[in-house]
Design a protein around this ligand. Structure first.
Ligand code: AMP
Ligand code: GLY
Length: 424
């Protein structure tokens, strides 16, 4: 079977790497891919959100399975377009991609199926929003409804900050149409965890738990990023709590949507806050996480192409997912200045040295090939994932390998996994 993976980040590199291990897959294409992906797949010069060009490519090349990495093509409806042409594609429909594409849609869906989540109200008018804010007080969380590249959530500790966020989104329109509506929601306290499941519309197969590190600096300081590192499993989600999350968050959503005649197929990512009162859903994503995927997929022993086909064909109940018991920890290296302005085109060295280290994999995020050299080409540049008998040795393996990779201005957090190690 030929597979097409859509996207160009570390998540897509990990997806391609894992799918390449399938005995049923003889060729993988990736559009548009990056320099790391190019080493194991044929990259195709088509943008991830150019659905007509992707469709044309898939038909011309008899692609047996298309896997969509990022949310934008899903929200634009790539799955519906491919299905209309009889092509197999892994991901939810356009309608259900709105679980990520619209926070209002997501919260209303959660409410309808009684999923535990923070109390909220929806506003289109800044004055009404501020009146509600005065009544509720701070801290409070303000969210733009639509996709805002991870910048649409403001956790406001004081009233001035909250009013500013309301004005920025509803009046100044800093997120454009993504800010036609906002949500004002109760601020939850606790530790965050990401749980992902596969679903074929009715059956659920959970992935191993993981935890991201969203802030740029050590000890969770500084601005939010796309994610600076992850590890799996997440000790904060112990066995009993994990089951509770599946039963109280995912089953109601999957069963509820099925009962409305719109089954959710693909991977569903729940961002959760583990509060004193139990797990609460913060958000849903309709895709794999980045960098969670780089820590989770190396632990998956089962055939990922089989799992994805089972999701599409409604046969997930016929599979049992097998996992490597060893923890995996992934560190992201970023360009100097990220998540603000950063430079590109810096030569990366050490990749060949790291290739020979046991229990380590490197996944490229923002890299490109220039004159035969691999250079930086993004804010997040690459992730180094390491295995260990426990989380501490996984961390040591990953950091030892990361030490060997160099480029001008390289930055990575030094505390990935520390919280998990502290907990054990
Ligand atoms: P979201 O995109 O909704 O997951 O929000 C991004 C980040 O904002 C989350 O990972 C949390 O750190 C934070 N956040 C979102 N909602 C809340 C909430 N209700 N209470 C506290 N923090 C939140
Ligand atoms: N790591 C966060 C995300 O993928 O949304």
């Amino acid at each position: 079977m030929k597979v097409l993976v859509v996207g160009s980040g570390g998540r897509e590199h990990a997806l391609v790497w894992k799918i390449a291990q399938s005995k049923k897959v003889d060729k993988i294409f990736c559009a548009p891919g990056n320099a790391g992906i190019k080493e194991i797949a044929e990259t195709v010069d088509v943008k991830a959100d150019d659905t007509p060009a992707l469709l044309k490519f898939a038909k011309a090349n008899k692609i047996g399975l298309t896997v969509v990495g990022p949310e934008v093509p899903l929200v634009k409806g790539i799955v519906d377009e491919f299905m209309k042409e009889g092509l197999k594609v892994f991901g939810p429909s356009k309608e259900l991609a709105m679980l990520e594409g619209s926070k209002v849609f997501a919260k209303e869906t959660m409410k309808r199926f009684s999923v535990s989540t923070a109390d909220f109200m929806v506003f289109e008018d800044a004055d009404k929003a501020k009146a509600y804010l005065r009544k509720k007080g701070v801290p409070v969380v303000i969210k733009a409804d639509g996709l805002a590249a991870g910048k649409g959530v403001i956790v406001a500790e004081d009233t001035r900050e909250a009013e500013q966020a309301i004005d920025d989104i509803l009046v100044k329109r800093i997120f454009g149409e993504a800010g036609n509506k906002i949500i004002i929601e109760e601020c939850l306290r606790g530790e965050e965890a990401s749980i992902l499941i596969f679903s074929d519309g009715k059956n659920i197969a959970p992935l191993a738990s993981s935890q991201d590190h969203k802030r740029i600096f050590d000890n969770d300081k500084g601005p939010n990023t796309g994610g600076m590192g992850a590890y799996s499993p997440a000790p904060v989600v112990s066995g009993k709590l994990f089951d509770e999350i599946i039963d109280s968050v995912f089953r109601p959503i999957i069963n509820g949507l099925a009962s409305e005649g719109r089954p959710y197929k693909g991977v569903l990512y729940g961002g959760l806050m583990i509060t004193e009162n139990g797990p609460m859903a913060l958000e849903f994503n309709v895709r794999f996480g980045d960098p969670e995927t780089q820590a989770v997929l190396p632990r998956l022993k089962s055939d990922l192409a089989d799992i994805m086909m089972a999701c599409i064909e409604g046969k997930l109940n016929e599979l049992k997912l097998e996992w490597d018991d060893r923890p995996c920890l992934s560190i992201v290296a970023a360009s100097k200045g990220y998540p603000g302005v950063y430079e590109k085109n810096k030569n990366i060295s050490g990749l060949n040295t790291v290739r020979s280290i046991k229990d380590v994999a490197v996944f490229h995020s923002g890299t490109a090939l220039r004159d035969g050299n691999i250079v930086t080409d993004g804010g997040r540049v690459l992730a180094v994932s390491g295995f260990g008998k426990d989380i501490k040795s996984a961390r040591d393996t990953a950091y030892e390998a990361m030490d060997k990779i160099k480029f001008e201005g390289i930055y990575y957090r030094k505390d990935i996994g520390d919280k998990a190690i502290g907990r054990i």
